[in-house]
Write a protein that binds this ligand. Structure first.
Ligand code: CDV
Length: 312
């Protein structure tokens, strides 16, 4: 029997630096309601969905920085989102900035959670690939200071059972790397959720401008096909505090095809009816158990960057 369900990318337009959580949560609830009206059971919100993308600035006011982080989830400002979604039976992926105390030390992560249609937290992921600089670099036209604000994720790439399926999470830059898809694929992932905040242009890499959409889509299309999984990717899009963010929220089939895409740079629901059983066609086509040759792939975990040819 086919496992069909309506899911959606719940793209958000710009969020102002001073925008209140409650204002953002109200916008998110509208998207949840739209999904429910279409028979949707699951939506994916962007990376850092509750705030502006503050790592573009080196902020020295610790109170302002602390204000971008969640110390509990749901907390007083986010409880209405959890309540609204549970009331309508819509599950969601939410990107947020996490502050925790681990081993007596305060730690900050760029994180996401999966919440089921009953409002229960099913799983958490912490972004592994943190792009940009750990310090302000005056030679750059565009600052991107994620390593300044966050520690690399320490949870690996786990999968979780939800929606009668196996789900995994990635966050923004993670989607550009091949390894996370394979690690999720080797755990039988069937639906990968990705939230992102990607600049429309990279002023410090002008050769890539004009290829931004290709570089956004191509890795996800390859990751979906090579691992037989659906992918839902959701943008924080549009002109945010003077910085243009790309849209192109989308849903990618296990065939590698992009089957739904956003058409605006604002709050927008991108729905699609997926059949989770389509994952079986592509997983069985590759027949990993028969044809994968892990004994030949050792360099992938042994080396971080290119080195001498093997056997030299
Ligand atoms: N939020 C991100 O991870 N953004 C990166 C940019 C900085 C390259 C991205 O991969 O889109």
């Amino acid at each position: 029997m086919a496992r069909k369900m309506v899911v959606a990318a719940a793209q958000l337009g710009p969020i102002r630096r001073k925008e209140l959580r409650s204002q953002v949560v109200d916008r998110m609830i509208v998207l949840i309601e739209q999904a429910h009206a279409l028979g949707g059971s699951f939506v994916v919100f962007p990376e850092m969905a509750l705030t502006t993308f503050f790592p573009r600035w080196l902020i020295d006011d610790e109170d302002e920085i602390a204000g971008f982080f969640e110390r509990e989830l749901p907390g007083p400002d986010t409880q209405p989102l959890f309540d609204a979604a549970a009331g309508l039976g819509v599950g969601f992926y939410l990107g947020f900035c996490e502050e925790v105390v681990e081993g007596g030390t305060r730690r900050r992560y760029n994180s996401s959670v999966l919440v089921d249609g009953l409002g229960s937290m099913i799983g958490k992921y912490r972004k592994v690939h943190l792009p940009g600089n750990a310090t302000y670099d005056p030679s750059l036209r565009l600052q991107h200071l994620e390593p300044w604000y966050f520690e690399p994720g320490n949870l690996g790439f786990p999968v979780f059972e939800m929606l009668d399926a196996r789900l995994g999470m990635l966050i923004c830059n993670d989607r550009r790397w091949p390894e996370p898809y394979r690690v999720l694929g080797l755990q039988g992932v069937e639906l990968v959720c990705v939230g992102f905040n990607s600049p429309a242009e990279l002023p410090d890499h002008p050769l890539q401008n004009g290829l931004r959409t290709l570089h956004h889509l191509a890795p996800m299309q390859a990751g979906a096909y090579q691992n037989g999984t659906w992918i839902i990717a959701s943008a924080k899009a549009g002109p945010e505090e003077g910085f243009d963010m790309m849209g192109h929220s989308c849903i990618v089939s296990p065939s590698g095809e992009v089957v739904a895409t956003s058409s605006t740079l604002g709050d927008e629901l991108v729905p699609y009816e997926i059949d989770l059983d389509l994952t079986r066609e592509y997983k069985s086509f590759f027949d990993f158990a028969t044809y994968r040759r892990p004994e030949c792939y050792g360099l992938i975990t042994e080396r971080k960057e290119a080195g001498p040819p093997i056997g030299s």
